[in-house]
Design a protein around this ligand. Sequence first.
Ligand code: FMN
Length: 426
Amino acid sequence: MAPHVLTTPLSIGGTTTVRNRLYRAPVLEGAGSGPDAGRRYAKAFVPNAEAGVGLVVQGSSCLYAEGRTSPGMTLVHERERVLALAGMVAAVHAAGAAIWLQVGHGGIYAMEAWHEPYASGRKGPLLAASPLPKLLRPAFAGVPVHVMSTAEVEALCVRYGDVAAWAREAGYDGIQLGSANAKLLDQFLSPFYNHRGDEFGGSLAGRARVLRRIREEVGARAGWDYTVTVKLPAETAPPAMARTTVDETVQLARLVEDFGYDAVTPVEVSVFPDTTLSRGGIPTSLWRNKAMKTRFAQAAPSQLRRGVLSAGYVLGGVTHPFRPVWNRDLFKSVKAAVGVPVLAVGGIRTRDEADSILDGGEADLVGVGRPFYAEPDLAAAFLAGGGGPALRCQNSNLCVPAQMLGMKGVCYNPAVRSRSSQEGDG
Ligand SMILES: Cc1cc2nc3c(=O)[nH]c(=O)nc-3n(C[C@H](O)[C@H](O)[C@H](O)COP(=O)(O)O)c2cc1C
């Protein structure tokens, strides 16, 4: 019998080789930007690698001093900060896994919009692709928003190239663009947000031009062989509102392949930054977990802002409950359209699911996100074979508010969390 694809190696771009097809999808660790960030990442990632995971995608890190969506997010806007993570990267390699740095910016959802003390310190203005959609204006009342000029978009693309070069220097095997989940790049890709009149707006190709320019800058600064990959959003939106459809996501996949990207990760997301990207329960921990409740009140003293954020979470949970492998139709369609590797993610919980995706040729890697919080060693059981066992994560989403509040990336579901994750809510 032919071996399962899951256990066979794969090369992605010029600088990434994965020993198997299981990757840790990007979820934040709350590692922050302090001198111990590398140690914190290593504590999470080295056990994953020791248990056999093929690739770790480090959660989104921010390429400007402002623009994080959480105080726990790592800043990579300076070379020294990226190089400070080199020891962690080497430790992950020593344990056998590859590692990519995900690079992003929150755009209008950066914490400078609503997260005290940053918001009242007016560290902004928030960077935006276009003026705020009307629907969002009440929630952003008083928050200064700056529509990026063409030159500023060009500078953003150059910064992506610089960060990629620093990531290469630090030993990362590649980078992934944080280009979904309603973040800045998604705000350029999405017709819900992007109404620009310059070359970075208009048609799908115009909205995607930012990805073309980033690919060029990464090639020029980090080397054309350096592995660079991209998340591709397919969006849901309120009725009659503009969004990126599945057909457009497939077209986008073809475009980015032409631009020279080495792999794509298609994901269904909302035009809002809610839990559509991590389908599951309503994160009631935001008002039930004492530490989260306190941090939330400090982060957003305005009741209106807290109300809007909580309502988004409730709506996300109600409209997008958990469904096993919910992105399947999307990644299958993209896989049929492109030649570069396609990374599957979203509700993949059993070995049987992984085998059916990979052996069926529906995608090239399978990603697991939330379950790693409770089971750092899950790769061992997953790779051992035999059909199961199912991962323990219940998709409660109780972990979700912790990441926006800068808390540790661990399992917050008392019914699930392992002893190793009970070390504190810090
Ligand atoms: C707490 C949390 C943080 C996340 N952070 C990121 C991120 O930084 N970048 C990203 O592209 N996706 C992020 N995601 C989405 C995950 O990578 C993944 O796509 C999603 O959780 C679905 O996979 P799962 O069902 O295996 O958890 C995050 C999800 C959660 C729950």
